[in-house]
Design a protein around this ligand. Structure first.
Ligand SMILES: *Cc1c(COP(=O)(O)O)cnc(C)c1O
Length: 549
């Protein structure tokens, strides 16, 4: 890099310079941009998933806690970032990185996101965001319409109304879920006669006024852990996340949900919200939303749908019907940084009733004044970036048809992979893909046949050994493999609800090919023959040999 790139800030003159945008064409900014772009393209084009570097090893580059007295040059810092951070980060864009919900981005997000950074708008209030505010409201309207289909008149009336909100932007699904349950809580324990509402007087007085001994949120046992953060911060208590059992396909059992509600009422605990999941994080299954809506309606309980992952399935004419009933939800969470393919840091919560968010409204004199269009009055977060700009870009550039294709090809690929696993002799599908997520494990057909008829104790011991083998395989693949799948533990009915270690595959990257999937299984087969597993294999054989028919 040339000397003009070597700004350090030890003088006032240099300080001024780093706050001044350099002039094109052969400016510092452009050179820096080019150097970074070249490096990034190199990184993004590499399709390997893991470098064999231990995190403890990497930590050694990040041990100094001294803030430097003598500043470093921009060029030095850039080199440090490229060498020590970029080169040792994860190839989430790789088509063989198929273990997590974080995946590749469409290329245009990278240059467009520079607009957001360069303008540095703050969506907390219109005085610092101007056009970004109506843009954000427009995107909320687009997503609201996708879910609720409320008709042109409705949107013309409420889209830009300063007293109504079709939803809220936030940093992700966690804050979206918290926001939804926050509104549900405040509405369930609203002002009533002398009582000025839970938002004003707190949980203790609210329970006293309403004569209840607690409040609960009901969700299937596959619910995301963000819900337990929500009840914690909302002062309801983690014990009051009531986990309802699922059917063999990881979907909530409405009959058991009803039983839990009845039980809570008997215990004088108010059911605050029912949460349906549209795409569970571990298995991608969708709860029977229509049935949940029926129960919520009959009971007069807030119905929230956590569609952080699966929401965009609505774009698909073929698969959108899986989410039937979502249009009856009081609130819906959608993560844009998952299946809308927008960079990390943006989620949304949509509300059917545009007045619902008024229950969490806050005002301040210098900012977010009453009656203003400042978005900060109805969001959990304060200062927020203009991420809506990137969601808007995705919705326009990819479009409904593009998102439909993305959804459809992901689901087809997941089904294809499930078929490949079934046809193989040595792997077992644990959860069938409903969306583009599936789980499976290494368990040869010969072992499975014995497991079926073995007595429960032998089955349990054999599964314990299989768990250890599968854990080893997943870790080895992560450390040395060309691909990456994640790992979780499920409690399948067929194994008496025993905790079973499984590989989890998320097929979100459109560039993931069948060859890559074939390759994953092949790599795992190779790992199974590792010397390190020999003892476990012998244990398995001994146990099952003795107990085989
Ligand atoms: C990812 C996810 C969340 C949390 O979203 P973050 O963006 O990670 O905060 C919540 N619920 C479900 C179902 C998810 O998949």
């Amino acid at each position: 890099m040339t000397d003009s790139n070597k700004h350090a800030c030890a003088s006032l003159e240099n300080l001024y310079r780093i706050f001044t945008v350099p002039e094109a064409p052969d400016s510092t900014l452009m050179q820096l941009d080019d150097a970074i772009s070249d490096n990034m393209i190199g990184f993004l084009q590499q399709h390997i998933v893991a470098e064999e570097t231990d995190l403890l090893e990497i930590e050694k580059d990040f041990t100094n806690t001294d803030i430097p007295e003598e500043p470093v040059f921009v060029s030095e810092q850039t080199e440090f970032l490229l060498e020590k951070v970029v080169a040792q980060s994860v190839h989430t864009a790789s088509p063989s990185f198929i273990g997590h919900m974080t995946s590749a981005l469409p290329y245009f997000m990278i240059p467009l996101s520079k607009i957001m950074i360069a303008l540095n708008q703050n969506l907390v209030k219109t005085e610092t965001s101007k056009a970004f505010t109506p843009l954000e409201r427009q995107v909320l309207g687009m997503m609201h319409r996708l879910i609720y289909q409320s008709g042109e008149e409705f949107y013309q009336r409420w889209l830009h109304d300063s007293h109504q909100h079709l939803g809220a932007f936030c940093s992700g699904g966690t804050v979206a879920n918290i926001t939804a349950l926050w509104a549900a809580r405040n509405r369930a324990f609203g002002a009533d006669g002398e009582f000025r509402g839970i938002a004003q007087e707190g949980v203790f007085k609210a329970f006293k006024h309403y004569g209840v001994d607690g409040a609960a949120i009901l969700v299937s046992k596959r619910g995301h852990y963000s819900l337990s953060k929500a009840v914690d911060v909302l002062g309801i208590g983690r014990e009051y996340i009531v986990a309802v059992d699922t059917d063999e396909n990881n979907r909530i059992r409405p009959d058991l949900l009803q039983k839990k509600i009845d039980l809570l009422k008997k215990e004088n605990v108010k059911p605050l919200a029912i949460v349906g999941i549209a795409g569970t994080t571990e298995t991608g299954n969708v709860d029977p939303l229509d049935k949940l809506a029926d129960i919520a309606e009959a009971e007069g309980i807030h119905f929230h749908v956590d569609a952080a992952w699966g929401g965009p399935a609505i774009f698909s004419r073929a698969h959108g019907k899986l989410l039937k009933g979502i249009e009856r939800a009081d609130s819906v969470t959608i993560d844009a940084h998952k299946q809308l393919y927008v960079p990390m840091g943006v989620g949304m919560v949509l509300f059917k009733d545009p007045a619902a968010l008024n229950s969490i409204e806050h005002h301040a004199q210098y900012i977010i004044r009453q009656g203003s269009k400042d978005l900060g009055s109805n969001t959990l977060e304060g200062s927020r970036p203009g991420m809506a700009m990137l969601v808007h870009s995705g919705l326009n550039i990819i479009g409904r048809q593009g998102y439909e294709l993305l959804v459809d090809q992901g689901i087809e690929k997941a089904r294809l992979f499930a078929d490949m696993i079934r046809q193989s002799d040595d792997f077992e599908v644990i959860s069938e893909p409903e969306l583009n997520i599936l789980t499976y494990r290494w368990a040869p057909a010969s072992v499975r046949r014995v497991l079926v008829d073995a007595d429960p104790d032998v089955r349990k011991r054999a599964n314990d050994i299989l768990n250890k083998i599968n854990r080893y395989v997943q870790k080895a693949l992560r450390e040395h493999g060309r691909s990456f799948v994640s790992r979780t533990r499920l409690t399948p009915k067929r194994y008496d609800q025993q905790l079973i270690t499984v590989y989890r595959v998320v097929l979100a990257n459109p560039l993931t090919t069948t060859e890559i999937l074939v390759d994953v299984l092949e790599e795992q087969r190779q790992i199974v023959t590792d010397k390190a597993l020999r003892k476990r294999m012998n244990q398995l054989q001994e146990l099952l040999g003795k107990n085989a028919a």
